[in-house]
Write a protein that binds this ligand. Sequence first.
Ligand SMILES: *[C@@H]1O[C@H](CO)[C@@H](O)[C@H](O)[C@H]1NC(C)=O
Ligand SMILES: *[C@@H]1O[C@H](CO)[C@@H](O)[C@H](O)[C@H]1NC(C)=O
Ligand SMILES: *[C@@H]1O[C@H](CO)[C@@H](O)[C@H](O)[C@H]1NC(C)=O
Length: 409
Amino acid sequence: MFPRNIVPVWLSAFTLLLLTQVSTSEVTACEVAVDPPADIEIKDSGFLGYLSIHWTRPASLQNLTDCRVRYQLQYYDTYEERWRSVRTVKLTYAAQFDLEKPVKVRMLTMLKCACTNGTEVQGEETEKVYTPEPTGMAGSRIRDFHCVYYGKEYMECTWESGPVQPPNSQHYLYYWHREMDETKECPEYIISSEVRRGCRFPRESLLEFSKFNMCVNGSSPAGSLRTAYFSIEVQNHVKPAVVSSVHVSEMDGLLKLAWLPPSGLVPEHCLEYEIESRTLMANGKEKQQRKILENVVLDTSYDLRKEAESKKTCFQVRSKVNMYCADEGFWSDWSQTKCIAKEIQCISIWKLLSLVGLVVAGVLIVLCLSLWILKKICIKKNSKKDALYTLYKQKVNENVPAILSPIFK
Ligand SMILES: *[C@@H]1O[C@H](CO)[C@@H](O)[C@H](O)[C@H]1NC(C)=O
Ligand SMILES: *[C@@H]1O[C@H](CO)[C@@H](O)[C@H](O)[C@H]1NC(C)=O
Ligand SMILES: *[C@@H]1O[C@H](CO)[C@@H](O)[C@H](O)[C@H]1NC(C)=O
């Protein structure tokens, strides 16, 4: 279960003290006592709650041959608040525990031999409880820890300081997943007003579909701060980017909405969409509708039957990782609102405007043309007149005496 190269960590890891042991009446089979496993130990290798449990075969079954010995291990899952059960022939098992809560383990031995007539005899159960001692100042544990994996590109986990915050205190975040040999410190702290408020993880530091463990502890001149532990699966914390380029059109009485998948690294088949439509009716009332599309056919469009009395319809789209790719996720922010107004209104306004424009332009052109033609005609007439007059004057000058000439000037 663990890589070989972490054996030194094993040796240095301390074994948790087992505080309680509950044991009841004895069960026997084939004239031997079916005792619970012996030397149960819970080892903390420093993987922030990923603990390994070790045990040995009980002494009473040491000399037994021709038998199959199995162990049943139950442990309390503090994240899901229920007991989990495993059966194994091995002498070790590893599971995730919350180190801020008691670690509870129950074990029993199961024996199947020729002398048990082929049935599996269950021995009695033993329970081990370990309550980790909290370290650090009471009330200094951080609050409101939450993680968002933005578009599967990077993850941000943020927190608020605890109610008790000694001056000059500094927070540290450490993380671990099963492909790491040891814990590492946060690759990039998010700092606001010179205080560490979160951690930014690049995609390469994350591992999906596996426990991703984190702890936030801290130090201050007045002493250490209380450690907080978290274990998440990063694929359940994805928030897609905003849906871009939403387009709406109208055709055959249907309002057709189309968009492009959000940017980022969430595969298209992993997205579902929610459409919100708000229709303004002729009577002034607004009708709101929401519809979730699970997107099993990779469709990024949606048709809405147009309401007869609608004046205007507006759409918004948002997306989330669907149930085929994760157990949960966050909705993206809403896209920009795109509206379509009633066609007649819309078109008549534009038609009217363009008609007026056309008419004005036509009138102007006609006016200009007629002015130009008028001018041309006038000039022609004048020049003709001038020519006639000159001719006439010549004739007169030839035939009329000079005394009368001023009359014809
Ligand atoms: C198992 O066998 C060994 C040696 O044969 C003996 O010393 C020991 O007492 C036996 N243990 C039990 C539980 O019978
Ligand atoms: C197995 O079966 C025999 C006879 O059928 C019986 O005497 C014996 O008690 C049984 N043993 C167990 C462990 O059930
Ligand atoms: C915080 O936790 C890490 C990982 O367990 C540990 O190495 C480190 O020493 C701790 N720091 C403080 C200040 O407690």
